[in-house]
Design a protein. Structure first.
Length: 193
């Protein structure tokens, strides 16, 4: 994977009861720069997640004992930040709806799934998760700045009021712009070109 979008190698947990599928996907994802762990059942996956969290779980639907949908429902409940991707050879409407509603999957891919398609799906989900994380950070920063402005306004009524002309330009109450720029430069020192 392009290191610009994968600066830290994401760790993927592959879950499938078919060893050939696991090894093929694991090889391909390794070559894309992912760290990959493989297990053969839902129970093994839950044990592996208790020992060490991962960035994504990619699971087959049709496995004995615990279906992929049930595994992903557990993952969504215990590790909601983990990307969840379902692979299945049975892409029926019922399975798809269960995967979305019960397993809360991020992506649903049909077997045989080309490794490049899976890699692209993972990349898109990690990019979306990074964008969401940045949006949350920016919202927190905006709230912090609003709080600072509110405190300044309470302490100095009118300090945050800005007059604008009909074009939306800020009106400086009798102040000379050049004089204002010189005052700012004097406060902060000379600027570097």
């Amino acid at each position: 994977m392009d290191n610009a979008t994968n600066q830290v190698a994401h760790e993927i947990l592959l879950v499938d009861d078919e060893p050939n599928i696991l090894s093929g996907l694991a090889r391909s994802l390794h070559s894309e720069g992912y760290k990959v762990r493989c297990v053969n059942s839902g129970r093994e996956a839950l044990s592996a997640l208790q020992a060490r969290r991962v960035d994504a779980v990619v699971t087959d639907q049709n496995m004995p004992i615990m279906k992929g949908i049930d595994l992903l429902a557990h993952v969504a409940n215990l590790y909601p930040e983990t990307v969840r991707i379902m692979l299945t050879g049975e892409a029926t409407l019922d399975v798809t709806l269960q995967a979305i509603n019960t397993g809360q999957v991020h992506r649903f891919l049909v077997k045989p799934c080309h490794a490049l398609e899976l890699s692209l799906a993972l990349r898109q989900q990690f990019e979306q998760r990074a964008l969401l994380s940045e949006a949350v950070r920016l919202l927190r920063e905006a709230r912090r700045q609003k709080s600072v402005l509110e405190r300044l306004e309470r302490a100095n009524p009118g300090i945050t009021h800005v007059d604008r002309d009909e074009d939306g330009a800020i009106e400086l109450d009798g102040a000379d712009c050049q004089q204002l720029v010189e005052q700012i430069r004097a406060m902060f020192g000379p600027t570097q070109p």
